[in-house]
Ligand binder design. Structure first.
Ligand code: NAD
Ligand code: SER
Length: 323
């Protein structure tokens, strides 16, 4: 199995997104700027991504574009982050299918053909559906999602595991919870309220939340998300019983609890609730997840809880919005 070889030349797809924009910089710290090639459909919003290493335009649905970049830079590892998220996916299901399924298929085929060392393919809590136990969602669970996004993520997990078994390609992935971060806005998911609320609290002291006050979902702060990703990609392959479908827990809270925690720092902050179509998506996902497999197989443990995450977000975002 390829896991004994070292990762030297890393390609990141969807590098301008919420996770990619921070993960790319963390990977450049680790492997050197020139060795981490950032790619996306859209240009980087921030100079950091272009200044610290190569950037190339890449549409993952176009296999020949991917192939050309892999050859040009002699890529041996891919972090495949390009995707259409849950809310956008419900508004445009064919696009979600094309990017999330055909894009992933291209990545796996090119990775296999070029005998890559490793591929990271994130999954999501969106693989679960109303029939899965919600508190917590077990590692081995019924996977019958009701969104196109969730359906593509289940297929992605199965496809990744197929390449591991059938071709010996080292594919790894976690079911990320909703990610909270201050650098780049989220890209059209159901958990976006947990980021938007911070911008609104600092800038307007008011937020209208698109899910009910009592909606509880699994979430994770970006530093934990980056740490988990790097930990899994560096884990000993021999210890892994799972590959593409690790449950991953950070913290779980209701929208109301998040608003109350923010109010401790901004006492005149007011949050109102006007649920829209995303409420139904949120209601189909679990409240917490059991991540004991990640803990046992590669030593996962999160560092942030609700108070420490909120304090750090407010500090970082206030600084950013003031500059
Ligand atoms: P994002 O929407 O912020 O970024 C995705 C990026 O992909 C965007 O920059 C977009 O321009 C790019 N993209 C879209 N179509 C493309 C195409 N055809 N070719 C190339 N690039 C394309 O998403 P994110 O939050 O950074 O998510 C990264 C990965 O993590 C995705 O697989 C997502 O499903 C998964 N995930 C994210 C979260 C979260 O809360 N952020 C939670 C669970 C799983
Ligand atoms: N945060 C993501 C979404 O809401 C979960 O995968 O779509």
């Amino acid at each position: 199995m390829s896991n004994h070889r070292e990762m030297k030349r890393v390609l990141v797809t969807g590098a301008c997104g919420q996770i990619g924009s921070e993960l790319t910089l963390a990977l450049r710290e680790k492997y050197g700027g020139e060795n981490v090639i950032a790619t996306d459909l859209r240009p980087p919003q921030k100079p950091g991504l272009c200044d610290s290493g190569p950037f190339e335009f890449l549409d993952v649905t176009q296999r020949e574009q991917l192939e050309a970049i892999v050859r040009k830079y002699n890529v041996d590892t891919i972090y495949h982050l390009a995707a259409i998220l849950s809310a956008t996916g419900e508004q445009n299901p064919p696009l979600a299918w094309d990017v999330n399924i055909n894009g992933l298929y291209n990545v796996l085929e090119v990775a296999q053909e070029h005998q890559m060392v490793r591929v990271f393919v994130p999954s999501s809590i969106a693989v679960f559906g109303p029939e899965t136990p919600r508190d917590p969602a077990p590692q081995e669970a019924v996977l019958r999602p009701t969104t196109m996004y969730g359906l593509t993520k289940v297929t992605g997990e199965l496809l990744g595991n197929y390449y591991v078994r059938r071709f010996g390609l080292d594919v790894r992935g976690v079911r990320y919870p909703g990610i909270i971060s201050s650098e780049t806005l989220p890209g059209g998911g159901t958990t976006d309220y947990a980021v938007e609320i911070f911008y609104a609290a600092i800038q307007h002291k008011r937020y209208t939340c698109f899910v009910r006050e009592d909606t509880v979902l699994p979430m994770m702060y970006m530093p934990d998300c980056i740490r988990a990703t790097l930990m899994l990609m560096e884990a000993d392959f021999a210890r892994l019983k799972h590959h593409t479908d690790f449950n991953l827990a950070g913290l779980s809270f209701s929208a109301g609890e998040l608003a109350a925690e923010i109010k401790k720092h901004i006492p005149d902050f007011v949050c109102e609730y006007q649920p829209d179509f995303r409420q139904q998506i949120a209601d189909s996902w679990p409240r917490t997840v059991d991540d004991s497999a990640a803990r046992e197989e590669w030593g996962w443990s999160p560092q942030y809880d609700l108070p420490t995450m909120v304090a750090d977000m407010l500090e970082k975002l206030s600084r950013k919005l003031a500059s």
